[in-house]
Design a protein around this ligand. Structure first.
Ligand SMILES: NC(=O)c1ccc[n+]([C@@H]2O[C@H](COP(=O)([O-])OP(=O)(O)OC[C@H]3O[C@@H](n4cnc5c(N)ncnc54)[C@H](O)[C@@H]3O)[C@@H](O)[C@H]2O)c1
Length: 335
């Protein structure tokens, strides 16, 4: 299927289809110089498939991991484009997860004040979440996404078959974001994840998740209002994540972060779905360590904390909360 995402200045197509990787040349305008950005954890055949559809491709393979999403990589990619004589009418294509997409998109937004950007997300997280919405960024001084822009892609190509090579742990992390999306806006999607086989149903899960994200980002492109509901589960996820010693991935922190902010009737079903997905539902931190982590994270979040609550599956509300109330909720739900 193809969906079209509207932006303030135009729109872009998102193709979601098994074996779509072979169709990059149909969806993207690749009869020009194309910087194909990927990382060394992504099977090289995916970038090669895109490159083979280009008239003149330059594939750059970066080291995998969040550590690559920084200003050094940003500068290196821009320098490569300048050295190789890329012009304003050339383009950048990301082939990889959210790290590659965020970085390559930011490079595209900056080179000669903006060249066309195409995205081929290959992790479930990038396919259900980061590939649309136009947020591109790099990390700086330990702060995630501190430097970035809103820069929508020209087109997005999602081939669920690329998930065949994705580890179960990374797959589960993407599923955590799909579960989040289902809880805030789509009860039928929650049922599908709860009852079905998510690897088999990946195409439908991606399409349903993106339909919600599309509706939300179209209503609020620059995160002034309703887009905040996409942060469900993220308030304490950030605090857990910032304690990197614990080695949890983002999606795993989101899984944990949703549990305290849903109603009593929702919580058992959520925990069941998370367990089935292989996501954590308990955090073996001592005593008040989580509240301590939240206090440290509070410096980044500020005092006025908007929390997203889900009391009915498929529905949510935004609640302004003083920090001590947030602390009480988190203490009240033993993770
Ligand atoms: N822009 C947004 O709106 C938005 C939203 C959510 C997250 N993000 C960002 O996304 C990033 C996380 O993205 P991610 O979870 O995709 O992580 P990631 O990009 O680091 O990918 C995870 C791992 O999977 C590997 N990989 C990618 N595709 C693969 C495949 N098909 N088969 C096998 N291995 C594969 C990668 O090499 C990497 O090692 C973070 O930087 C986060 O800030 C952005």
């Amino acid at each position: 299927m193809t969906m079209t995402v509207k932006t303030l200045t135009g729109s872009y197509p998102v193709l979601i289809q098994r074996r779509a990787l072979a169709r990059a040349g149909e969806l993207f305008r690749l009869d020009r110089r194309v910087l194909v950005v990927t990382d060394d954890g992504v099977p090289a055949s995916y970038a090669r498939a895109v490159a083979s559809a280009c008239r003149d491709a330059l594939v750059v393979t970066l080291p995998r991991g969040e550590g690559t999403k920084n200003l050094d990589s940003f500068r290196a990619l821009l320098s490569t484009m300048a050295e190789k004589g890329f012009t304003r009418t050339d383009c950048v294509t990301a082939v990889g997860g959210g790290v590659v997409g965020d970085l390559a998109g930011f490079v595209a937004s900056a080179y000669m004040r903006g060249v066309d950007f195409y995205n081929v997300p290959t992790t479930l997280l990038a396919q259900v979440d980061s590939s649309i919405g136009g947020k591109v960024a790099v990390d700086l001084m330990g702060y995630k996404n501190l430097v970035g822009a809103f820069y929508p892609p020209r087109a997005v190509l999602i081939d669920p078959d690329t998930l065949d090579t994705l580890s179960d742990r990374q797959f589960a992390c993407g599923l955590a974001e799909a579960i989040k999306t289902a809880l805030i806006r789509d009860a039928a999607l929650f049922d599908r994840i709860e009852k079905g086989d998510p690897r088999r149903d990946a195409e439908e899960i991606i399409a349903a998740s993106l339909a919600v994200k599309k509706a939300v980002v179209e209503a609020d492109e620059k995160e002034g209002g309703v887009r905040k509901i996409l942060n469900f589960g993220h308030t304490i996820a950030h605090a857990i994540e910032s304690e990197t010693d614990f080695g949890l991935l983002h999606g795993e922190c989101v899984a944990l972060g949703m549990i305290p902010f849903c109603g009593e009737s929702v919580r058992p079903r959520l925990i069941g779905v998370l367990k089935k997905a292989g996501l954590p539902t308990t955090l073996s931190w001592e005593g008040d360590a989580l509240v301590e982590a939240m206090r440290r994270d509070k410096k980044k979040q500020g005092d006025a904390i908007t929390v997203v609550r889900v009391d009915t599956i498929g529905d949510c509300r935004l609640v302004e909360m003083p920090f001590d109330q947030l602390e009480r909720i988190v203490r009240g739900v033993k993770l």
